[in-house]
Design a protein around this ligand. Sequence first.
Ligand code: XIL
Length: 338
Amino acid sequence: MPTSPLLTSPTIAGTASPKLENAPLRSMATARGIDIGAAVAIPALRNESIYQDTLARTFSLVTAENVMKFAAVEPARGQFNFSDADFLVDFALNHDMKVRGHTLVWHQAVPAWVQNATWTKDELKEVLRNHILTTVRHFRGKVFAWDVVNEAFEEDGSWRKTIWYSVIGPEYLELAFLWAREADPDALLFYNDYNIETSGRKSDAVYTTLKNLRNRGIPVDGVGLQMHITLAMQSSLSSFKSNLNRLAGLGLVVHITEMDVRLQTPVRPADLEKQAELYGTVLSICLNEPACKALVTWGLTDRHSWIPQFFPGYGNALLFDENYLPKPAYNALVAALR
Ligand code: XIL
């Protein structure tokens, strides 16, 4: 299916289409057996042809930035709305890209009808079970990997006191994986979190929990390291490497699921170079660990990124600038693949 009929605004005023010539990043990554992906913002996908072109040329995988979250998919009990998510999945499959599903169980994007009601344990289990079964079945055969549970632990390694934890108890975690497997026996099922890239109390808790789940036959196939980082990560790369290695030792697939490297604004050219080096090194470390099969960035262009809103004073975190021109970080990824 051609991409153009959906579009109203062909290009952004003042910007030219980037001449990426069949995007070496995508073809080289595929040749090396790794996926390079991006989280997708649906308004931009629907309205900007340059966003569509850059996405499809450059990446082999997409994640929905928001439209597969609980509140988006099931805004009222039993009323499912997959229209935005289907739009993304159709786009991806039409461009021969894989889709990561994000995310089934999280403490954010919980709709008001769930968050503000009083539930018994059995009632909330049924709510979660129905949500997971319906959502995963809807995308069966199209979504190859799911972030089943997102961000279940606090920085000190204790359980995050989400509504799922407080009402159902810690077994909500394994129940979610069992229900996801029931709904799609073929999708890879991931636990996903941030600040678990290097060793520390949180990453140790995740490691121990995943080890325990796998020992007990709970169907956890992979771990997602979000990797929302700053230039400070440069000094922790050996810890990242050994952490990857211990997770791989559990038999888990590892995806870097939400990478961005936020820089202080206004940005200094030297920081763009440091950012590039960090992107390149992270990809090299991933390429050297056979279990590491994907690197996904949390967006593609600095024009559409969650960073300025969520980390005031920071920005410029992605591979393409606000005019969709490839940054040094883009070239560093290509160099790492070469
Ligand atoms: C963020 C989106 O980027 C924002 O647009 C939204 O307002 C909030 O969520 N970890 C995750 C992602 O797992 O789902 C979050 O995405 C970023 C942090």
